[in-house]
Design a protein around this ligand. Structure first.
Ligand code: SIN
Length: 580
């Protein structure tokens, strides 16, 4: 093993596979199914239960040019506009052209989308940034739950080995630096209890997002950035971490609400709901040609500005005109969530405010899902394929998971028969000379969330980001001092590993956000309010050096380079002396 690793007991057990997939959302389960269909021995490792990832919370749907008159070219145009000049054109073209067939294959796998009673055609809705009805949905507003159900059933039917309640810790590498498996901690009793290893020729990270880095998020508690943190420690490049998408309409539960918050899908606006302030004024009308259906970053900014102007804690989404029947039929999940919190959308406007929703950046990949570490792939929200640019177009994420999962499976199949596990290498549970990184105590999770919400939230500045960086560094210094002074670190365990992972992703996010001195997509800088194409139409690639400094380099355009770029001049020095 090389690189930096989490402080953890040595693995006490191991299993072998051809491919280990970490994560069980649409991306992970699709990779697993396609690899298994090609004859590979696949093991799926998942942090909670197989159906507990982020996919199941997706409401609106999956975008693809399936409707009459729609074309991949139009889907491409909308994706590029939403991405604010930072999409990789080739990645987007791949997404939109391969998307419709990937959705058809998902349907063949068993996912049931809502269809017209008479024609049997798939029903399509609209969401922000789409100029057409293009979003297929299931169960009204329970699209992710249906996709998850279908894929979990297919994985079980295919007899794919799964390890549930398992937090992945670090990457195993062979003597050549190739991925050779993962270490993980299983919370259970019996043979696979405690820290172990899955050794495999290919490792696919499909661990989802990092929304828990902020106090209020639509993400489930498991979204602690584990995949991005693992990839960083393994020496992989991450990109675009500064582009965190804040969903404009999250049910407002009070100023101190923390953790996962109920989403009110953009599809509600797609079906005609209005955003209004306390006086009933539709403040998005005139702010953008698409009004409430402008791209997500623009609506989130519109809401935040109006809140600031009025000194209000939230705005309202008014869909009383839908009537009781439409609410019950089309949006049963949202209706139930609102009513559970004492709001009846049939008779009341819904209080809403932006909350952290989606990481547009992640572990940098090429068009086959390959990261900069050989044998390590990334797919879904953990990955940065270049599809989303500075702001993901609504409902493109499930599609990205599907399309790139299939590409990864094809790449793994094309790379030939599985080599004997770790043969002739130093990989495996007994290897491991990498320096440990001190663990943060479980309570650090809440400190990190508060620091990030205050300093790196929807609106940022050099001052707020520098403060966040200093406070994060202080948290880290306390852990390092304790380790150096008396060899003590927080007790290894799920909560301290998660807190440490959150710290890693928070620190990189802040470093990138501080560096990007402009406003673009969902990165909104108070002190640099304009988009600066001449200097900033480029990505920031971040990697963790063995000496624990962060290296931040810029690409020379919005397209991802085929290989790691040399330090292309950025408007600031290339290496940050920040020491995780
Ligand atoms: C939503 O339903 O509004 C969320 C869809 C998405 O994040 O793509």
């Amino acid at each position: 093993m090389t690189g930096i690793r989490l402080h953890a007991p040595r693995p006490g057990w191991s299993v072998d596979a051809d491919v280990v997939v970490v994560g069980s959302g649409v991306a992970g389960l699709t990779v697993a199914l396609r690899c298994a269909a090609a004859g590979a021995h696949v093991t799926v490792v998942t942090k909670a239960r197989l159906d507990d990832g982020s996919t199941r919370w997706a409401q609106g749907g999956i975008a693809a040019a399936l409707g009459e008159g729609d074309t991949p070219e139009q889907h491409l145009d909308d994706t590029l506009v939403a991405g604010a000049g930072l999409c990789d054109d080739e990645a987007v073209r791949t997404l939109v052209t391969e998307g419709p067939d990937a959705v058809r294959r998902l349907i063949a796998t068993g996912a049931l989308f809502d269809t017209d009673d008479e024609t049997g055609e798939i029903l399509l809705t609209r969401e922000g940034g789409h100029h057409r009805r293009r979003i297929a949905h299931a169960g009204g507003d329970a699209t992710g739950a249906e996709i998850s159900r279908a894929l979990v059933e297919a994985v079980r039917a295919a007899g794919i080995e799964t390890i549930e309640h398992a937090l992945v810790l670090d990457l195993l590498k062979d003597a050549d630096g190739r991925a050779a498996g993962v270490t993980l901690h299983v919370m259970g009793e019996g043979e696979r209890d405690g820290v172990g290893a899955v050794r495999a020729k290919a490792v696919v990270l499909a661990t989802g997002g990092m929304g828990q880095v902020f106090s209020a998020t639509t993400n489930p508690p498991v979204s602690t950035g584990d995949g991005v943190a693992l990839a960083l420690r393994a020496g992989a490049e991450v990109s675009d971490l500064e582009f965190v998408q804040f969903h404009p309409t999250v049910l407002w539960l009070g100023p101190d609400a923390e953790g996962q918050q109920p989403l009110v899908s953009e599809a509600v606006r797609g079906e005609g709901a209005h955003l209004v302030d306390a006086d009933g004024h539709r403040f998005m009308v005139g702010a953008h040609e698409l009004a409430e259906l402008a791209p997500r970053d623009i609506v989130a900014k519109g809401i935040t500005r109006r809140m600031q102007e009025l000194g209000a804690e939230h705005m309202y989404l008014d869909a009383r005109h839908f009537g009781a029947e439409m609410w019950a039929h089309r949006f049963p999940t949202i209706l139930a969530a609102c009513r559970a919190h004492g709001i009846d959308p049939v008779t009341q406007p819904i209080p809403v405010a932006p909350a952290a929703h989606y990481a547009s950046g992640g572990v940098r990949t090429d068009l086959h899902g390959r990261t900069t570490v050989p044998g390590l792939y990334a797919c879904g929200e953990v990955a940065c394929t270049g599809v989303h640019g500075a702001n993901r177009l609504a409902s493109n994420s499930l599609l990205e998971g599907l399309v790139f999962a299939e590409r990864i499976a094809a790449d793994i199949a094309a790379s030939g028969p599985a080599a004997p596990h770790a043969a002739g290498t130093t990989a495996g549970p007994s290897a491991g000379h990498a320096p440990d990184t001190p663990l943060l105590a479980p309570e650090a999770r809440f400190a990190i969330q508060r620091i990030m919400t205050a300093g790196a939230g929807v609106l940022r500045s050099a001052e707020s980001l520098a403060r966040a960086a200093a406070e994060l560094d202080r948290l880290r210094a306390e852990a390092t001092d304790a380790l150096e002074a008396d060899g003590k670190t927080a007790e290894p365990g799920t909560e301290s590993w998660e807190a440490t992972n959150l710290w890693f992703v928070a620190r990189v996010l802040v470093a990138a956000a501080l560096r990007r001195e402009e406003t673009r997509g969902c990165h909104w800088r108070e002190d640099f309010p304009d988009r600066a194409d001449t200097t900033w139409r480029r990505h920031l690639l971040v990697s963790l050096r063995p000496d624990r400094t962060l290296e931040v380099v810029g690409t020379d355009s919005a397209a991802f380079p085929a290989k790691t770029p040399q330090a292309v001049p950025t408007p600031a020095p290339a290496v940050l002396k920040e020491t995780p």
